[in-house]
Design a protein. Structure first.
Length: 132
């Protein structure tokens, strides 16, 4: 049960990481690690006929073409730490962040209070289903 009571702790750890990336950017080693992970996952997406069909279906549903995969991979290989740092300074600023926490409302409110955080909005499952 303890693992379910750590949503705010996880949010704070992610915020700390995002703050670092936003202020310091990413290193070449971090970029290489992320790139290698993405290339590995892409390769795994083509291991079987069913996985290849899933990839092709996803392209079709998003209105994309097979050539887009090649272009995406080329773009991934061309990215530099400077490119990512520029994007991080634009998109990772705290004002653009939205956190969605799920769990027991009373537990979450207590954790947020202990972390000196005040939520902008709290929705119940019923409230969420009636959102426009």
């Amino acid at each position: 049960e303890e693992q379910w009571n750590r949503a705010v702790e996880a949010m704070l750890a992610m915020e700390e990481h995002l703050d670092r990336v936003e202020s310091e950017g990413v290193s070449q080693a971090e970029l290489d690690q992320a790139r290698n992970h993405m290339l590995l996952e892409h390769g795994r997406a083509l291991e079987t006929t069913q996985q290849a069909a899933t990839l092709l279906t996803g392209l079709l549903l998003r209105g994309r073409e097979l050539s887009d995969v090649t272009n995406d991979l080329r773009h991934l290989m061309e990215l530099t730490p400077a490119d990512l740092s520029l994007a991080a300074r634009k998109y990772l600023v705290p004002e653009h962040r939205v956190w969605v926490l799920t769990g027991d409302r009373m537990d979450l409110e207590l954790q947020l209070e202990e972390a000196h955080r005040v939520p902008d909005r709290i929705l119940s499952a019923e409230g969420l289903s009636s959102e426009p």
